[in-house]
Design a protein around this ligand. Structure first.
Ligand code: HEC
Length: 153
């Protein structure tokens, strides 16, 4: 009886796992030595959060730096994972450039608007990659307590 419950449970589990995987086609890696796409993304996510707090603190040097970090992670993703949808989406070149211009102009208002545009572009690619369940948004708390986001005078 107990055995039957376990077998039924395992079959159900295997069934639901295969459905979930079928909905998320794997994006093939260029060569086996590269970083996992999800790990590159996690690094981009960290920088996305740091960027927000750098911009809000008016630390434009750090903000510009974090934009470059995000850009590099997306460029790595585009090179290593050529199966990602639409090249312009892949590097988000347009939205990131607009954000970099706002940072260069030290314009807090434009920073917020272009930051949200970048975030929308992140999510647009997740939607286009059958990863619509991964949603990025403005952070509400700094990702680390051991880094100062304000500019040192
Ligand atoms: C070119 C398409 C594309 C762009 C642009 C993109 N992503 Fe992703 N992202 C993906 C894909 C595909 C996955 C799923 C990876 C996998 O299944 O291995 C993913 C996964 C993620 C994850 C999940 C990682 C985890 O373990 O929780 C996060 C977080 C993430 N992306 C953040 C971002 C952020 C932040 C941006 C924008 C700065 C961004 N992504 C832009 C395609 C993209």
């Amino acid at each position: 009886m107990m055995y039957r419950w376990i077998v039924t449970g395992l079959v159900a589990l295997a069934g639901s796992a295969s459905i979930a995987l079928a909905e998320q086609p794997e994006i093939p890696l260029m060569n086996d030595n590269g970083p996992r796409l999800a790990d590159l993304m996690e690094r981009a996510q960290t920088r996305h959060a740091k960027l927000w707090f750098a911009g809000k603190a008016g630390n434009w040097h750090l903000a510009a730096y974090e934009i470059k970090q995000i850009q590099s992670r997306l460029e790595d993703a585009a090179t290593l994972y050529p199966g990602l949808p639409v090249t312009d989406l892949t590097t988000m070149a347009g939205p990131l450039r607009a954000l970099a211009e706002a940072v260069k102009a030290k314009d807090g208002k434009r920073f917020e608007v272009t930051f949200d545009d970048v975030t929308r572009a992140c999510n647009a690619c997740h939607d286009a990659s059958s990863r619509g369940f991964i949603t990025i948004k403005r952070p509400t708390a700094p990702p680390f307590s051991n880094q100062v986001f304000e500019y040192k005078k």
